[in-house]
Design a protein around this ligand. Structure first.
Ligand code: ASN
Ligand code: ZN
Length: 332
């Protein structure tokens, strides 16, 4: 057995990358021995079990095209690698549960399946190939979103319905953006868009926008009393918007070639503190303040408490948290 990141992944979305593989005799397989032995399997259109571990006579995975069966495996392995490294390097968390144990990925789930999902029951994530215009759901942000559902399940575990469900979903979008920025991949630069690579709408637009969530036609930019009654992928907009404002501030901004224009519900401008600090605050709140029943008002007090512990209650960071929540109509 040898090697961490010896393999070459020719991904669909992230160019040529290195992936963790192990050699066993004259065969290589997609096992990331440096990251909890995270394995990547080919379901080959099945919908249960693990299918087969990606393996072969060379240490080159995929050719950059969806038509090559290994390509989705390379993208999924890379996404898992980046997510592991993000939690380890930025938050000091070893693995999704913090116990050093890797999860596993399954690609080519079912037929024309336009989704990806995390399951705590198998401690694994699964990717569909997409259908029609929608390309395989194996981009960095989708991988990080799904794996973050595992982190959330192991920490705050916000119940997946009502306001707590929106906060659970937002946590996945927030760290998906953070992982993507942290990766600094030239082919998939960091952004505050969710699913911009998979063309799920068929017109090049992303699935979600964090600067102004309502741009998707369904997500909410600000809290209102009935927000717990809508789909968690839309009520998440309030916290996604909070995170964008806390990181970057309100108004127009260009980052990595993407134009943003973030409104505030109270009309008052917000000055951002940068995504690194915003992410540390959200992570501390997730792991030490949030619970199954956390609602938006509790997320506000939880993130304020986290900011107070990290930077002090008289800090600019603490004040920015309060301003950003006010800007999405979550008040005291
Ligand atoms: N891809 C979706 C998500 O992670 C699957 C779901 O609806 N749970 O949110
Ligand atoms: Zn989700």
């Amino acid at each position: 057995w040898q090697g961490v990141e010896n393999g070459t992944g020719n991904t669909q979305y992230s160019g040529q990358v290195t992936v963790g593989s192990v050699q066993s005799g004259s065969t290589y397989n997609l096992t990331d021995s440096g990251r909890g032995n995270h394995k990547t399997y080919n379901l080959n259109h099945g919908s249960s079990g693990t299918g087969t571990l990606f393996s072969g006579p060379d240490d080159v995975w995929g050719n950059g095209q969806a038509s090559n069966v290994e390509t989705a495996g390379a993208d999924a392995a890379y996404g898992a690698q980046l997510t592991w490294d993000y939690y380890k390097n930025v938050h000091g968390r070893s693995g999704i549960r913090g116990d050093g144990v890797g999860a596993y990925s399954r690609v080519h789930y079912g037929n024309n399946y336009v989704n990806a999902f995390w399951q705590d029951s198998c401690f694994c994530m699964t990717y569909g190939d997409g259908s029609g215009n929608a390309a395989p759901l194996t981009s960095i942000d989708v991988a990080a979103h799904e794996m973050t559902h595992g982190v959330t399940a192991a920490t705050g575990n916000m119940t997946y319905s009502g306001e707590s469900g929106g906060l659970n979903e937002a946590t996945s979008d927030i760290f998906a953006a953070a992982v993507e920025f942290n990766a600094n991949n030239a082919s998939d630069k960091g952004d505050y868009l969710v699913g911009e690579k998979i063309d799920i709408n068929g017109d090049g637009t992303p699935l979600r926008y964090m600067d102004k969530p309502s741009k998707d036609g369904a997500s909410k930019d600000a809290w209102y009393s009935g927000i717990g009654n809508i789909d968690v992928h839309y009520s998440s907009g309030v916290a996604n918007h909070f995170y964008y404002l806390l990181s970057e501030g309100s108004g127009k901004k260009e980052i990595n070639g993407v134009q943003y224009d973030s409104p505030t519900s109270d009309g008052l401008p917000v000055t951002g503190i940068g995504r690194d600090k915003a992410s540390l605050i959200w992570f501390k709140a997730l792991t030490t303040k949030f619970t199954t029943t956390t609602k938006y008002a509790d997320a506000r007090t939880g993130t304020l408490a986290a900011a107070g512990e990290l930077y002090g209650t008289t800090s600019n960071e603490y004040k920015a948290v309060a301003h950003a929540w006010a800007a999405v109509n979550v008040g005291s």
